[in-house]
Design a protein. Structure first.
Length: 203
């Protein structure tokens, strides 16, 4: 399903594999021009660990796939029950600096979760009582961003125990279900996409 929100196209892709989706993001970003609408891709991934471009490939003692990517950040886990929103946004056209864009994405998650959610200095993402609930990693090429934000909604958190989430040893993770939110992954993704759209339009 595709809907046009202002000049931002929102696409719901369902559950998809990581690598072809990543390659599609790169292709979209390379092919876009000044007239191309920004897009938000809502999806879930099959289980996968992804490693940011500046991080070392970890040794993980399980059978889940590990992929090196071109986003910023360290290692994280994606899996069913996590709402992923890839933000294919022309920052230069919107006159949004990278740090501001990161802030906007974090703030959209905070808007969704309410006053229990906050930031952590030097550690991009969103936290609740010290536990990470949303990871964030982007790449910007010629002023155009891709990758985005992953929000834990209702998932098996145990794969996070095999890594130092986002490079922080002992970092706890949490999810919306454990905070008494009664939203499906799809609904949480739709609400978060709407909030990101509002933040981008108002920026």
């Amino acid at each position: 399903m595709t809907t046009l929100l202002d000049d931002i196209v929102v696409k719901e892709l369902g559950r998809v594999e990581y690598q072809p989706t990543w390659l599609a993001m790169r292709a979209f970003t390379q092919a876009r021009n000044d007239e191309t609408s920004d897009e938000l891709w809502l999806l879930e991934h099959a289980p996968v660990y992804t490693v940011g471009q500046g991080a070392t490939m970890p040794h993980i003692p399980n059978s889940i796939q590990i992929l090196k990517t071109d986003r910023g950040g360290d290692v994280t886990y994606h899996g069913p029950g996590q709402a992923v929103i890839y933000t294919l946004v022309d920052l230069a056209r919107r006159s949004i600096k990278v740090k501001r864009f990161v802030w906007l994405l974090e703030q959209a998650v905070i808007d969704l979760l309410g006053p229990r959610a906050d930031r952590r200095r030097g550690a991009p993402g969103v936290y609740v009582e010290g536990a990470k609930i949303a990871a964030l990693g982007i790449r910007v090429v010629r002023g155009r961003a891709y990758h985005g934000v992953a929000l834990n909604v209702d998932m098996d958190l145990s794969p996070f125990a095999a890594i130092d989430p986002c490079g922080y040893p002992g970092l706890r993770v949490t999810q919306m279900r454990d905070l008494w939110f009664d939203l499906s992954v799809a609904e949480a993704g739709r609400r978060l996409a709407a909030l990101i759209k509002e933040r981008l339009v108002d920026a």
